[in-house]
Design a protein around this ligand. Structure first.
Ligand SMILES: *Cc1c(COP(=O)(O)O)cnc(C)c1O
Length: 414
């Protein structure tokens, strides 16, 4: 059974207590659109890698809001930065300057090695921004007639949920009933450089890809792929756009997953962990010859670059380097993978990943194993039916990680 770590906390759950979760779930199901199928856990408190449900049961968070919680829940320094900013100014819109936007963009440039940043809020907005940037760059810099620009993307991609983005998706459940889609995208198999080479034509302006496909089930490309993509994009004169929304900020054991092959893309798309687990903060980072295509009025966002977002992200960027989160992800990822590899269950087909982004693929539907994990006090969720992704906060302690691994082994034991 799951335990509670807090001394004296309620470990028994009475039927009265259990009705708290049940009541909340019923209300949510009644009034909230059913665009998700959440697991039946109502999280009402969290700290670090631990969360507690409405009935006082405690769990390890091994999903971390799809890597938005790389710093864990309520990192005290990020919360303090937010609180301080809440008492000053939270929103100005871009109609005026705010005190932190310049500093925020400068820090993003230092982190990525790029010359400019364009702030947005959600990952999908940053992806849209990258697509718009690539099209403008194609028209204004490369000289492709406006309206003819094409962007190559990968089968199995996940870049968000807007109409344009799902137009690139190969996942039927994300597309069904949402047509017509945005034109101008070509899909190639992931990890296949020759297919990319064939797909690039005179009107191609960019290649958009994830250095590891997270939502697709933690799919790693063949070794050398990222470097080969870099070479190809340079040679063919197209922009290399890396969607590092999920893989960025040390998740895979490097600051960015492209670092694994020593590659710098032309455009970084960042989000999720950039918001420090507090609020949506995203950005596109590139050099001036690319992001310079915008003039006032050509693109924007009311909340993009707001001072509260800047304060939170600045603190997150400080911590990720200062505390060597990449090193933590490498060390703990290794440790967790070793523990998982020792699990004896022939339903498991493969354990793969990099850093603390790990997928365990089953040859059967994984939902019953997810239920067993929850029963054992571990929060995780299957992606694409047969793969369970483990991506705990990068600052989970070694003791917590070992305890979580033991619980996972118990849940997976035959
Ligand atoms: C989550 C994710 C997005 C979309 O981010 P949202 O904030 O949900 O819009 C885009 N790309 C990747 C790789 C992601 O994992």
């Amino acid at each position: 059974m799951p335990r509670t770590a807090r001394k004296g906390a309620v470990t028994k759950h009475t039927s009265e207590n259990e009705s708290v979760s049940a009541r909340i779930i019923a209300e949510t199901e009644r009034y909230c659109a059913h665009n998700y199928a959440p697991k039946p856990v109502v999280v009402t408190w969290a700290e670090g890698a631990r969360v507690r449900d409405a009935d006082g049961r405690e769990y390890f968070d091994m999903l971390s809001a799809y890597s938005a919680l790389n710093f864990g829940h309520r990192h005290p320094e990020i919360v303090a930065a937010a609180k301080e900013q809440l008492d000053r100014v939270t929103l100005t819109s871009r109609a005026f300057h705010n005190g932190l936007l310049g500093e925020f963009c400068k820090a993003l440039c230092a982190l990525t090695g790029k010359g400019m940043a364009l702030p947005m809020n959600t990952g999908a907005e940053a992806v849209e921004t990258a697509l718009k940037t690539a099209r403008r760059w194609g028209a204004f810099v490369k000289g492709v007639p406006d309206g003819r620009q094409r962007i190559v993307c990968c089968a199995g991609n996940f870049h968000g949920r807007t109409i344009s983005i799902i137009g690139m998706s190969t996942d039927e459940s994300a597309r069904r009933g949402f047509a017509p889609f945005t034109e101008g995208f070509d899909v190639v198999p992931y990890g296949d450089v020759a297919a990319l080479e064939r797909a690039v034509g005179p009107d191609t302006v960019a290649f958009l890809f994830e250095p590891i496909q997270g939502e697709a089930g933690v799919i790693l490309p063949p070794e050398g792929y990222i470097a080969a993509v870099r070479e190809l994009c340079t040679r063919r004169g197209i922009l290399m756009i890396a969607d590092e929304v999920q893989t960025g900020f040390a998740r895979t054991g490097d600051m960015f997953a492209c670092d694994h092959e020593g590659v710098v893309p032309d455009i970084y798309i960042l989000g999720k962990a950039l918001g420090g687990g507090i609020m949506p903060v995203s950005a596109v980072c590139a050099d001036e010859d690319t992001l310079g295509v915008y003039e006032p009025g050509s693109h924007g966002s009311t909340f993009g670059g707001n001072p509260l977002a800047c304060a939170v992200a600045l603190k997150a960027m400080e911590i990720v380097r200062r505390d060597d989160y990449a090193g933590m992800a490498r060390e703990k990822g290794e440790r967790l993978r070793r523990a998982l590899a020792a699990v004896d269950n022939d339903d498991i087909v493969e354990i793969r990943g990099r850093g603390l982004l790990i997928g365990v693929e089953f040859k059967v539907p994984a939902a019953p194993y997810v239920a067993a994990l929850i029963e054992n006090g571990v929060l995780a969720k299957e992606t694409h039916e047969r793969t369970i992704r483990f991506a705990p906060p990068l600052n989970i302690s070694i003791e917590e990680l070992d305890e979580a691994a033991e619980r996972i082994a118990r849940a997976f034991a035959k």
